[in-house]
Design a protein around this ligand. Structure first.
Ligand SMILES: Cc1cc2nc3c(=O)[nH]c(=O)nc-3n(C[C@H](O)[C@H](O)[C@H](O)COP(=O)(O)OP(=O)(O)OC[C@H]3O[C@@H](n4cnc5c(N)ncnc54)[C@H](O)[C@@H]3O)c2cc1C
Length: 331
């Protein structure tokens, strides 16, 4: 493809990211006979995990297998192109056409865009964490709790978030210890609640996690000594992976201590308020993220894009149904 050909073509939709949400949006658009370019950098969040937990029809499946199956389904639709790459920049022109530049310099244009880039999951830095992330170190009990159930489990967090995480984890283990990694900011009342819930508390600073391979055997304390744990739940914060959404005019939900930081503001149909710009998956999810919600929100964002491309704003239709900047109110 020459550069002229590439810049002359206008896709119906460019989907940024081909994880669960992007592929779900792509499938919806493909089935509506739209021309779609999916660009994917191949860094789906759960690739570090040995298996998927809690996604109906795929429970226990390896993540890479799940993504390969999604790509195979999309490949059956001739109007769909899936490109390995990264969208580096994007802008919406005055004519309403989106123009993006890939990191290899390639440029593409589209009448609409679905942002499905996922989020960067950030967890506390501790020696021994990275190699266990997604396995014996995890962020979501609904994703990984079954696999670690019955083991002695630590929860690395503090304050109300730590209390909540530790009490909740009792659904999966009778031996839960809240590890605050130094003096905690728990109130007396919170300490009482912890102890009434049968959860231990250890405030010693942690030096490292130890165990063979991706397994966890113990938290090792800086001053010596260790606590035997077979898994560790860590409080994780989610950040946008790039400034792309901001550059395209999207706005963000106020950060919340419990949930995703800076999720893109979009309504229940994935509409961002920027005409033709939709968002789905972790990047636009102000509730605990999951593959199930990524698939669902991708489907809805894809459907919105199809409606926006074909019906457009309809005279006489109630405000909430039209794809206008006034309609996206966020969560
Ligand atoms: C370790 C771990 C394990 C998990 N396990 C489970 C589980 O068992 N069950 C469950 O329900 N949930 C699980 N989750 C959560 C789940 O993985 C996410 O909710 C889900 O992957 C979100 O899907 P997504 O499509 O929004 O984002 P992602 O899956 O992250 O996919 C986004 C894609 O977009 C690409 N991308 C980003 N920016 C660009 C760009 N500029 N250009 C091109 N491509 C781009 C990325 O490389 C990536 O391939 C887990 C999360 C983690 C971190």
């Amino acid at each position: 493809m020459t550069e002229d050909e590439s810049t002359a073509r206008v896709w119906d939709c460019i989907v940024v990211g081909a994880g669960a949400s992007g592929m779900s949006a792509g499938l919806t658009l493909a089935r509506a006979r739209r021309t779609i370019l999916l660009v994917d950098a191949g860094q789906q969040s759960n690739l570090a995990a040995p298996v998927i937990g809690g996604l109906l029809g795929h429970d226990g499946r390896r993540p890479a297998e799940f993504y390969a199956a999604g790509r195979a389904e999309l490949a059956a639709y001739p109007s769909t192109t899936l490109l390995t790459g990264e969208v580096a920049r994007g802008a919406r022109g005055e004519d309403g056409i989106f123009a993006v530049t890939l990191s290899d310099g390639c440029r593409e244009r589209a009448r609409s865009m679905v942002l499905a880039p996922g989020m960067e999951y950030r967890y506390p830095r501790l020696s021994g964490m990275d190699e266990r992330w997604g396995d014996s170190v995890f962020h979501c009990p609904f994703c990984h709790g079954w696999e670690i159930s019955g083991r002695p489990v630590g929860v690395l967090a503090d304050g109300a978030v730590g209390l909540y995480g530790a009490l909740n984890l009792r659904a999966w283990s009778d031996r839960v210890t809240l590890l605050t990694n130094g003096s905690s900011r728990l109130t007396g009342e919170q300490r009482d609640q912890l102890s009434a819930g049968g959860v231990g508390l250890d405030e010693r600073p942690i030096a490292a996690l130890d165990g063979p391979g991706t397994e966890l055997r113990a938290a090792v304390f800086a001053a010596g000594g260790e606590l035997a744990i077979g898994a560790l739940l860590v409080k994780t914060y989610l950040y946008q992976r790039s400034s792309l959404a901001r550059d395209l005019g999207a706005t963000f939900i106020e950060p919340d201590e419990m949930l995703a930081v800076e999720a893109i503001k979009a309504d229940a149909m994935g509409r961002t308020g920027v005409p033709g710009l939709y968002a789905a998956g972790d990047a636009a999810t102000p509730v605990p993220p999951s593959l199930a919600s990524a698939v669902a929100s991708g489907y809805l964002a894809g459907a919105s894009a199809v409606i926006g491309l074909t019906a457009g704003p309809v005279v006489g239709l109630a405000a909430g149904y039209n794809d206008s900047p006034q309609t996206a109110t966020g969560s």
